[in-house]
Design a protein around this ligand. Structure first.
Ligand SMILES: Cc1ncc(COP(=O)(O)O)c(C=O)c1O
Length: 374
């Protein structure tokens, strides 16, 4: 049967994630994969989950298993509001920050509306923007185009580049948004994963009137909970509240109570200390191995946090073309061109340092370096 006539006009715009395609094809445990963005399993507080669940069930009983408010349970909104110094009325819980991106796009963008993004940028955001048939443009063209709905930006430890925007860059971005009357979607799931350097004020703190700040529990608790939050102006959250009713009625209630308990009791901060130490060591190891093995002509970012760094190779090396050979040899990465709107920068790649077992770092980087040298 031919199903094509049943699909909506949005479907041809859907973008497949090359990263998820890799996961479908390859047994990641069999190779050295620097490709995905999974957190290290050792950072999950697995031993604390049974007592956390027991505490929540004794505290809230059947409420923890019932439908909840679309905005999220009050207890979780309160701990997030207190942590980030905002009123509870400005906090909406989301079923992951991916949903946060999607729901912001859904309430803001009509087909053809312009969304500006810094580059390289997060693929999952491009998937949402394309699904709503928005016209996604590089931020560098904002003044020339002169109109649009919002700027999407990952200011802290960018996925994929690992880079962090300076305060001055954030101030310029806010000035541009004010000049062109654009909203800002500040996607910041890695903000709390800082291993060195000094924190930079969030864009939300610089422009609370026009910023939707997206946070996530995925990298500071566990991605399996699928919980995130949006902090933003009440009139925008009001539309998100209505929109989310159609998406999932409410975020998962038991998960939210557990996250609230974990964050509110101080357990999250204790776990975060250990997570940060783990990732700092992994980042330093990867940086030292790149230094040791990469041939001349290669450069890379030195992230102060997050899960990724970004390599730039000599111009003639095409990381898309190199990919199958790398996979056959036993090492995976994501070609950097996937993170650019026009598929350019084919001599770049993203490497993740959170997921692979540390003992695989050295053989993996050595292999990658030998493929690049060849
Ligand atoms: C920049 C960015 N935004 C959003 C997400 C989605 O995170 P979540 O697990 O909260 O959906 C990711 C996940 O890798 C990401 O890198």
């Amino acid at each position: 049967m031919d199903y094509s006539r049943f699909f909506s006009a949005d479907v041809p715009s859907f973008l497949r994630s090359p990263v998820r395609e890799i996961f479908r094809k390859v047994d990641l445990s069999a190779i050295c994969s620097f490709a995905g963005g999974y957190p290290a399993a050792c950072t999950f507080p697995v031993d604390e989950i049974p007592s956390l669940a027991a505490t929540v069930l004794s505290k809230y009983g059947t409420r923890a298993l019932q439908y909840g408010a679309t905005q999220g349970v009050t207890e979780l909104r309160e701990v997030i509001a207190a942590r980030y110094g905002v009123p509870v009325s400005r906090v909406q819980i989301t079923t992951s920050s991916q949903q946060g991106i999607d729901v912001c796009t859904r309430i803001l963008a009509n087909p053809g509306d312009v969304i500006f993004t810094t580059e390289p940028t997060y693929l999952g955001a491009l998937q949402s923007f394309r699904a709503y048939r928005a016209d996604v443009q590089p931020l560098s063209r904002a003044r020339e185009i002169g109109r649009g709905k919002f700027i999407y930006v990952i200011p802290d430890f960018n996925n994929p580049s690992g880079e962090t925007m300076t305060l001055q860059e954030r101030e310029s971005l806010v000035a541009l948004a004010r000049e062109l009357d654009l909203l800002i979607v500040e996607d910041s799931p890695y903000r709390e994963l800082r291993y060195s350097g000094e924190p930079v004020p969030s864009i939300y703190s610089l422009a609370p009137e026009r910023t939707l700040h997206l946070g996530s529990f995925s990298k500071i608790f566990a991605p399996g909970f699928r919980l995130g939050w949006i902090i933003g102006p009440e009139p925008l959250l009001e539309q998100i509240f209505v929109c989310k009713q159609a998406l999932d009625l409410c975020p998962p209630v038991l998960d939210q109570y557990m996250a609230a308990e974990f964050m509110g009791s101080g357990a999250l901060d204790r776990n975060l200390q250990h997570t940060i130490a783990e990732y700092r060591r992994r980042r330093d190891l990867m940086l030292s191995l790149l230094e040791k093995y990469m041939p001349s002509g290669c450069s890379w970012t030195r992230p102060e946090g997050g899960l990724f760094l970004f390599l730039t190779l000599p111009k003639h090396i095409d990381t898309v073309a190199l990919y199958d050979r790398a996979l056959a040899a036993g090492v995976a990465y994501v070609a950097g061109s996937f993170f650019y709107l026009d598929g350019s920068h084919r001599n770049t790649m993203r490497l993740n340092f959170s997921f692979v077992a540390e003992e695989k770092f050295e053989p993996g980087i050595r292999l990658l370096a030998s493929l690049i040298s060849a």
